[in-house]
Ligand binder design. Structure first.
Ligand SMILES: [Zn+2]
Length: 690
């Protein structure tokens, strides 16, 4: 029993059909007491059930049968797998070992050898009449890749296949010895390669080579530097930045340089040299030697997958500024004209410029300006390919942009505010115990005008003015106090804000009142009236002179009183109820004030050393702003003209005393504004009290 068993298992060990580790274990058993194992195994067999014994016996029979078959030359599945590796064979692995796998005894014919280009990668296919094993290795001087197909015969000797793709010069085939067909790849340079024989096509041996990188170019176009790596087929890439010396490295895995190593010195402010070489058998490395570290982007486009572009972008070289009375112009100096995105931000006021596809190429990060509107210019590399320039402003009064015709980047003109550093008093009418006019739905004038006034104040402050509100809450403020508030701060302008009312609900529209006692008040009133009407689009009742309103008559500075619309008209009351309308009204008043100060500034610069108080102001002078002059011709509507010649009827006892100062029935709204009159008359209007 023991001798017979030893023979069987010795045959098994000899047979290639069994995995090596299994054979090693069995051999171990044979060498170290195989007999005792069988005996003890037999004893064990007797102890277990008869059915199991039969099964075990059948297994042993099966093993014996398999071993006999394998020795007769058949290849088991395990061996096929072993001799047909599907893993890539790299140059480095195969050249050193020269490993060969044994072929079968059967001869196969080499039917066809063909070369093709698959997405930039050369592939050579060898078709056989059946399955064959192979081995591959390389030979130097001249550089060759050798593929030996074992157990194969060549029926006829084909002509060499010329490829000349920069990597493979040609492919030759010959009968190396009676049982080996040798395929020789004459190589132009060291390369990796892959030999594959798949299960679904076991009669085809496929030799493929990496994608080819054909060259590198460097150029600057419109102020933008680019290195373009050209290849055949879609290239993959990995990038890294190295320092000491600064370099941009682009590795192209699975690629081979189809030329000798490239070293291309360039004359550029950012780059000194562009190099390309075969970094590893299957990796091409492209290096940009930099003057100093810089940001960059690397990309391929879908329509040009064989190009890898290293984009150094535009260079932002710094910022310059110049200015005059009206504006400050900031010129961000660039190597070209990058795309710029502008943003205006508040709190604090800033203009932000984002230069796309750009790198900051200056050490200057903060440029102080301090000319009243632009405080400083700041530059930063905001993101890898975006440079951000920020203009810190004292206020924002608008800007315009233009492209520098010399192609040095955009200019931004920041407008100076005509009200910068002026003091403006805004007087919300009424307040506290005095609700002012009350509309048909019950809306109180004091609340509406306070809201509009606060909005105006905010807007004026944003434009650089110092603003004083005569009241910022629902409190009573006497008329003299309002006047005093303006003189206390030596205001440059005083604007009282009201909503109109009449005894009937019919009158509508906007008007602005001024007193002839103060020089320039008419210009201020006309500016505000024109801008307000333009903004809210209601009936233009004009700017009118009224000398009976204390707050504008007693003011020591240009002053006006705005009647936004009629509270007493239901439609206009509903407008006043709308916050968006109140915002528009505030904007109109602000614009009017701005336009007045702009006009005053222009006059001052025209009259050398002149101050506005000394300017000759006449009733018909030409000092009106051009855009307001046209308006002034239309401000008096026919219905008001009929009443404009009427004189105050101070003795009319049938009217409340405030009416006595203005009996013009077309202007009845003043009657409901006792506080605007020269005489406070709280006692006379008990019915106005809440
Ligand atoms: Zn009022």
């Amino acid at each position: 029993m023991a001798t017979w068993g030893r023979k069987v298992f010795t045959e098994i060990i000899k047979c290639r059909a069994f995995p090596a580790n299994w054979k090693r274990k069995l051999a171990n058993r044979v060498e170290t007491g195989f007999s005792s194992y069988l005996i003890s195994g037999g004893t064990w067999l007797r102890l277990i059930s008869p059915k199991t014994s039969i099964c075990a016996f059948l297994v042993v029979l099966g093993v014996i049968f398999l071993s006999v078959c394998a020795c007769a030359g058949q290849i088991s599945a395990a061996e096929e797998q072993h001799i047909n590796p599907e893993i890539p064979v790299s140059f480095a692995q195969s050249s050193g070992t020269g490993a060969t796998q044994l072929a079968t005894a059967e001869r196969v014919s080499v039917l066809q050898i063909s070369a093709s280009d698959k997405d930039g990668s050369t592939t050579v296919e060898i078709s056989l009449s059946g399955r064959a094993s192979f081995s591959s290795f390389t030979l130097p001087d001249p550089l060759r890749l050798v593929l030996d197909i074992e157990g194969a015969v060549l029926q006829s000797r084909p002509d060499p296949i010329l490829i000349n793709d920069g990597i493979i010069h040609r492919v030759r085939v010959g009968q190396f010895n009676p049982s080996i067909v040798r395929v020789v790849f004459d190589l132009s340079r060291v390369t990796s390669y892959t030999v594959v024989q798949t299960e679904d096509k076991p009669d085809v041996i496929c030799v493929s080579f990496p994608k080819r990188v054909t060259g590198v170019e460097f150029f600057e176009r419109d102020g933008r530097a680019e290195a373009v790596i050209s290849g055949e087929g879609s290239l993959q890439y990995e990038t890294l930045s190295l320092s000491g010396p600064p370099r941009i490295v682009v590795d192209l895995p699975g690629a081979v340089l189809a030329s000798d190593a490239i070293e291309m010195p360039v004359s550029h402010p950012q780059v000194t040299c562009v190099r390309a070489s075969q970094f590893q058998p299957d990796t091409v490395r492209v290096v940009l030697d930099l003057v100093k570290a810089t940001t960059y982007s690397v990309s391929t486009s879908s329509d040009r997958p064989g190009e890898v572009v290293v984009d150094l972008g535009y260079r932002i070289l710094g910022a310059e500024f110049s200015g005059d009375e009206k504006s400050t112009t900031v010129d961000v100096v660039s190597s070209g004209n990058p795309e710029v995105k502008f943003m205006v931000l508040a709190v604090p006021h800033r203009i932000v410029m984002d230069f796309e596809n750009s790198t900051l190429d200056t050490t200057e990060r903060v440029i102080p300006v301090g000319d009243g509107v632009v405080e400083r210019i700041r530059l930063a590399q905001h993101s890898p390919m975006t440079v951000r320039a920020v203009l810190d402003l004292n206020y924002y009064a608008g800007h315009s942009t233009a492209v520098d015709p010399t192609g040095r980047g955009p200019k931004v003109e920041v407008f100076k505010s005509p009200i910068a550093k002026t003091v403006i008093v805004i007087d919300p009418g009424h307040g506290g115990m005095d609700p002012g006019a009350i509309g048909p739905t019950g809306l109180q004038e004091k609340a509406v005008v306070l809201d509009i006034s606060k909005k105006v104040a905010t807007q004026l402050q944003a434009m650089g003015a110092e603003v004083v509100l005569t009241r910022s809450d629902d409190v009573s403020v006497a008329l003299p106090e309002r006047v005093k508030a303006a003189s206390n701060v030596r205001a440059d302008a005083f604007i009282s804000i009201h909503a109109n009312a009449s005894r009937t609900g019919e009158p509508t529209g906007t008007e602005t009142l001024y007193s002839g006692t103060v020089s320039m008040s008419r210009v201020l009133a006309e500016s505000v009236q024109a801008a307000l009407v333009s903004q809210i689009g209601q009936v233009d009742r004009g700017a009118r002179e009224r000398n009976d309103l204390m707050v504008i008559r007693e003011a020591k500075c240009p002053a006006c009183l705005v009647e936004v619309v009629f509270m007493s008209n239901l439609k206009e009351e509903l407008l006043l109820l709308d916050p968006a309308f109140r915002q528009k009204a505030a904007q109109g008043i602000t614009t009017g004030i701005m336009s007045y100060f702009q006009w005053r500034k222009d006059r001052q610069s025209q009259v050398s050393g002149g101050r506005d108080e000394k300017l000759p102001v006449t009733r018909d002078d030409a000092i009106l702003p051009a855009d307001n002059r046209a308006q002034s011709k239309e401000v008096v509507q026919p219905e008001e003209q009929s009443g404009s010649g009427e004189q105050p009827q101070s003795g009319d006892q049938s009217q409340p005393e405030d009416q006595s100062q203005s009996v013009d029935q077309s202007q009845p709204e003043e009657q409901l504004h006792p506080e605007d009159l020269s005489e406070p008359d709280d006692e006379s209007r008990p019915d106005d009290m809440p």
